[in-house]
Design a protein around this ligand. Sequence first.
Ligand SMILES: C[S@@+](CC[C@H](N)C(=O)[O-])C[C@H]1O[C@@H](n2cnc3c(N)ncnc32)[C@H](O)[C@@H]1O
Length: 223
Amino acid sequence: MKREIITTEDGSTTIHLPGWNEQYHSKHGAIQEAYHVFIEMGFFYFLKNNQPKTLNILEIGFGTGLNAFITLIEAEKTTTEINYTGVEAYPITEDEIRKMNYTHELKVSEEIFEKLHSCYWETPSEITKDFTLLKHKKFFSEIEDKEAFHLIYFDAFGARVQPELWTEEIFQKMFNALKTGGVLVTYSAKGSVRRAMQAVGFTVERLPGPPGKREMLRGTKIS
Ligand SMILES: C[S@@+](CC[C@H](N)C(=O)[O-])C[C@H]1O[C@@H](n2cnc3c(N)ncnc32)[C@H](O)[C@@H]1O
């Protein structure tokens, strides 16, 4: 499918799919959305409530690597060690990676961002002393982990274009992959998504969304 680079309202780039009229991030601001949904409502929330020594994160849709990048940047300010697993069936190209402006916008050296992309797939890579990345090139439907993660960033394309990824079947896999007390965050606030999450056992909160979006969802695996 054709992919184009666009600049979102906060000045950060993302990828646009003209065929689906869908983006990898919010048009209102890619970095802004990623910080709000995944870092504030997921990463910081989990750290504040649990103070873990080690945190295992699963990302659904590694894409441009923005979520991994900002998690690494924020994790460097903490004492928590991160094991980050990214699942992605259609990795972006070297040319697309070069066209992302995240290092410029976040004023962080290019070396780390490049390392997130250049490291091997299917092999854990120590990106920094406290951040290990494991990238799996596979479909979300192939995820079979059990009680492996504390936190899931659920960042699939919207249910409008990929309804098959927002089903009870996929959320059951997410629930199984989380440890007890684990948390899943997603930018979606759709009623059907909330109900699918609740049906497989998540306790779901509706939270304020990032600019341009009224709400988002956070699910906890209480038991
Ligand atoms: C919304 S984008 C993810 C954005 C990403 N988190 C980022 O920060 O750039 C959704 C991603 O899911 C991937 N994808 C779509 N369908 C998939 C599937 N069935 N299995 C695995 N990956 C899929 C796409 O290639 C895309 O990278």
